[in-house]
Design a protein around this ligand. Structure first.
Ligand SMILES: [Zn+2]
Length: 253
């Protein structure tokens, strides 16, 4: 029987437990592992940093029955740049909830890679926060088998129509001229949004975040990915509400 386990993982939840311990959830290539960390909340604990939320590290775990305990850990990336950025923290928390509620314990190395890439861009401030959110949402849906069909218009097979309409309910798109029945969830978008969505669905990971969108296209892309995800998953995410409270411009009085 295996008594030790060495895994790389990202801390996506930490909860105080008893006097000085904590329970962490590690997102790994093989799903989520729940681990008890003894004395992690004592002053001077050497594992305090590596077991904090959104820390990525290499963890040596001891198995006892069906429970896991931390033996030792080495930090690989603490993503310092998000720790004093409330917008980035709110978004990273929404990603954590998305992961917790959609992943299975099947091997899904691409999802961990997606999360780490998103945290890297948030930490380095190398992409706008709303763009990181949109890319994560749409690629997550793709990786869990719920990608929209964005190859061509579903009616006339046109690859890049002048006026594409992204259909959230049908998970596809049509040209404005081809649409027979308008739907309240349809998104009438600039061509750039279709191209961006196609890129996110089909791109290799090393190029996934390498594009820019501005102005109305950026807004329309973000609205599409969020509405697509919410409709297709049929879930409500409190962390998404918090993200909008935190990040959306407040009306002036
Ligand atoms: Zn068409």
């Amino acid at each position: 029987m295996q008594t030790h386990l060495n895994i790389k993982g990202l801390v996506i939840r930490e909860t105080a437990f008893q006097d000085a311990d904590k329970i962490i959830e590690l997102f790994t290539e093989d799903g989520i592992r729940t681990v008890r960390v003894r004395s992690a909340r004592k002053p001077g604990s050497k594992y305090a940093a590596v077991t904090q939320l959104f820390s990525y590290g290499e963890f040596c775990l001891r198995c006892s029955g069906d429970r896991l305990f931390l033996d030792s850990a080495v930090s690989l990336n603490l993503f310092f740049g998000i720790r004093n950025d409330l917008d980035a923290l709110a978004l990273a928390s929404y990603f954590a909830e998305l992961i917790r509620r959609t992943v299975t314990n099947q091997p899904q190395p691409q999802l961990l890679r997606l999360y780490l890439l998103a945290l890297h861009h948030l930490s380095e401030h190398s992409r706008p926060v709303p763009l990181v959110k949109a890319i994560f949402e749409l690629r997550l849906m793709t990786e869990i088998g719920m990608m929209p069909n964005l190859v061509c218009c579903q009616e006339c097979m046109t690859y890049l129509p002048k006026h594409p309409i992204l259909r959230i309910r049908f998970a596809d798109f049509v040209c404005r001229e081809c649409r027979a029945m308008p739907d309240s969830k349809d998104r009438d978008v600039p061509q750039a949004v279709l191209l961006a969505a196609r890129h996110v669905v089909f791109s290799e990971f090393d190029r996934l975040f390498q594009f820019r969108l501005k102005g109305r296209s950026a807004d329309a892309f973000g609205e599409y990915t969020e509405q697509y995800l919410l409709h297709q998953l049929g879930m409500h995410f409190p962390t998404l509400d918090f993200y909008h409270e935190q990040c959306d411009p407040q009306p002036e009085f």
